[in-house]
Design a binder for this molecule. Structure first.
Ligand code: ADP
Ligand code: MG
Length: 570
């Protein structure tokens, strides 16, 4: 249960504000997250690590000398948006380039990737590290395709320490990947976690059982077994992780026994007693273990074990001092700790270009349609959430509701400021992506922006432009997400829709008729995803579980374009 909150919608931002208030000498709040109170030393690479909220100490608790320089903080369990990542990186970067570090999830890959492109366009050297330590989330041969869990701690610690010791961007990037490739984790859970404001947990583990391989967002596990004793659990974790740990010459390992939220420290120590013995029996020397809460999952009852095989340089950086709100090691951190900060970067309001009367008329209609989409998605929120919880993380309903609400609000604001059709949609797309985060937030934000960029601010929107814009928007989603039909994503609904629209180009039908017909194809495509096994997105690691349930993103896509057809026909 999450007992204390004001407004569930503002919970993540409220928590960040309180964190900064609790650590005024260490952290400053910036748009989208936190950075160190002191500026990054001139020329030093900035390590910016993040992900959704709900995982504290990850990630904002790791910002400080010897560790990270900044952390964007997304909604609960949802990747931060590209604009949050960009803002934090801009405030952290000081001439040495940026490493963006996150767990390997589709939403994070997209949003951090878009932020990286924006930074690169401004001449900043950016490197990306997607942590992938969770052995339960993918096959042995494809370690870098797995998702990231508590391995975030060791990988980012190594990168941060290396940077503090003087590593340049290139070296820090190499070390971070080396750390990731040497790290394996396995988690178990005894019960699920409850989002602020929700009456019940995202999922439950049956009484007397333990789920093995659970993700840090409540993604389902790979196996369920009877609840073990502490000694038995230690064996499950150690055997599981060691089976996957790469062979190195060195027998030295960094080890993290991580609590996910409600397992008591004493319980963890009882397990640790056995873990330490088993690792010793396996001939390994444990170097500076960490037993405690590092990457949590709200109030999830669970534990994970992380092992990083050390060589000399990994060990040096694992052991180096760090001084952050949640991770302190080795007395004083010496060296350049940076000067006092100058002015902070804060994104301004986007200006509204002049628009003609005709284009403003179209903008008004577009804003009404966005309002109808918001109402639809608010109504669908519980249903989409339930579908996503079957093999994903249960946040699709929340993301679509937040995104469409923000898009409608931004469009209304732009319209009131005199915007035309193009600007209304471009700003609505930016707002959708910024508020929703997650995979669908990035893709829907890009889709709206893409539709807008096919329109102009000095003329009314024509039927021909509508069809071309929708085709272009689906192409943007395909390009950005990299999914193809059959992967069990929204693309399974979007591609048949796009094909129907393209086929109708030059025909005599109105845009309304063509969109209605295309939406029928999308609906058929979405329904057919029930038979598929997911191979992209969060559900990919639990593909089989999704069989029998349609893909939530495909369903929401088909419902939105169906509504669009109705609206255009009205
Ligand atoms: P997240 O997966 O980050 O939790 P959501 O739950 O909001 O984000 O959205 C999940 C939906 O996103 C999936 O149902 C799927 O339709 C869509 N999706 C996931 N990955 C991709 C991708 N690579 N390309 C297109 N759509 C994707
Ligand atoms: Mg989801």
């Amino acid at each position: 249960m999450t007992y204390l909150f004001d407004d569930p919608m503002t919970f993540p931002a409220d928590a960040v504000e309180g964190l900064v208030a609790a650590h005024p000498e260490e952290l400053v709040r910036v748009h989208g997250g936190v950075v160190r109170a002191n500026a990054t030393p001139q020329g030093q690479p900035a390590l910016v690590v993040g992900g959704g909220s709900g995982h504290y100490p990850a990630f904002a608790g790791w910002v400080g000398p010897g560790f990270a320089h900044g952390a964007p903080c997304g909604n609960i369990f949802s990747s931060p948006s590209a604009d949050q990542v960009y803002s934090v990186a801009r405030n952290a970067e000081n001439g040495g380039g940026v490493i963006l570090g996150f767990g390997n999830y589709a939403g994070d890959v997209l949003h951090f990737g878009v932020a990286a492109e924006t930074l690169r366009a401004e001449g900043v050297d950016v490197r990306i590290i997607a942590v992938s330590d969770d052995i339960a989330s993918g096959a042995k041969g494809n370690h870098r395709d797995r998702r990231g869990i508590a391995g975030d701690l060791v990988v980012f610690k190594v990168a941060g320490a290396a940077i503090h010791a003087g590593a340049d961007l290139e070296t820090a990037e190499r070390l971070a990947w080396k750390a990731n490739d040497a790290t394996r984790s396995l988690g178990v859970a005894f019960d699920g976690c409850t989002l602020p404001g929700a009456d019940d947990a995202l999922f439950h583990v049956p009484d007397g059982k333990m789920a093995i391989g659970l993700g840090i967002h409540g993604e389902p596990g790979i196996d369920e077994t009877p609840l073990p004793s502490a000694a038995e659990l230690a064996k499950v974790l150690v055997d599981g992780v060691l089976k996957e740990t790469p062979e190195l010459d060195s027998q030295r390992v960094a080890v993290v026994l991580n609590g996910l939220g409600t397992v008591k420290y004493e319980e963890m120590f009882v397990v640790w007693k056995h873990v330490a013995t088993l690792l010793g029996d396996a001939g390994l020397t444990i170097v500076r273990p960490e037993v405690g809460e590092h990457v949590t999952s709200l109030d999830m009852a669970g534990l994970s074990l992380t092992v990083m095989r050390l060589d000399e340089e990994l060990e040096q950086h694992w052991l180096a001092p760090a001084d952050t709100p949640a991770f302190r090691r080795g007395g004083t951190v010496e060296g350049d700790l940076g000067e006092e900060r100058g002015e902070l970067f804060a994104p301004g309001e986007d200006p509204i270009p002049d628009a003609s009367q005709e284009s403003r008329g179209s903008a008004e209609r577009i804003t009404e349609i966005l309002g109808a989409i918001e109402s639809l998605l608010v109504e669908l929120e519980p249903e989409l959430g339930r579908m996503d919880a079957i093999a994903g993380d249960g946040d699709h309903g929340q993301g679509m509701a937040l995104g469409s609400r923000a898009a409608h609000a931004a469009a209304t604001r732009a319209l009131e400021g005199g915007a035309g059709a193009r600007t209304v949609l471009v700003q609505a797309g930016a707002a959708w992506s910024a508020e929703a985060g997650g995979t669908s937030g990035a893709l829907w934000g890009a889709a709206l922006t893409s539709v807008g960029s096919a329109f102009v601010d000095d003329q009314a929107v024509t039927d021909e432009q509508i069809l071309a814009a929708l085709v272009q928007a689906v192409e943007a989603v395909e390009r950005l997400g990299g999914a193809t039909p059959g992967d069990k994503t929204m693309v399974d609904a979007a591609v048949p829709f796009r094909e129907a629209l393209s086929a109708a180009t030059g025909s005599t039908g109105s845009a309304a008729e063509v969109v209605v017909a295309g939406a029928q194809k999308a609906t058929t495509g979405a329904e057919a995803t029930a038979d598929l096994v997911a191979s992209k997105g969060r559900a990919r690691t639990h593909g089989d579980k999704s069989k029998g349930t349609p893909d939530p993103g495909a369903v929401s896509f088909s419902r939105i374009v169906t509504l669009l057809g109705e609206q255009l026909s009205a």
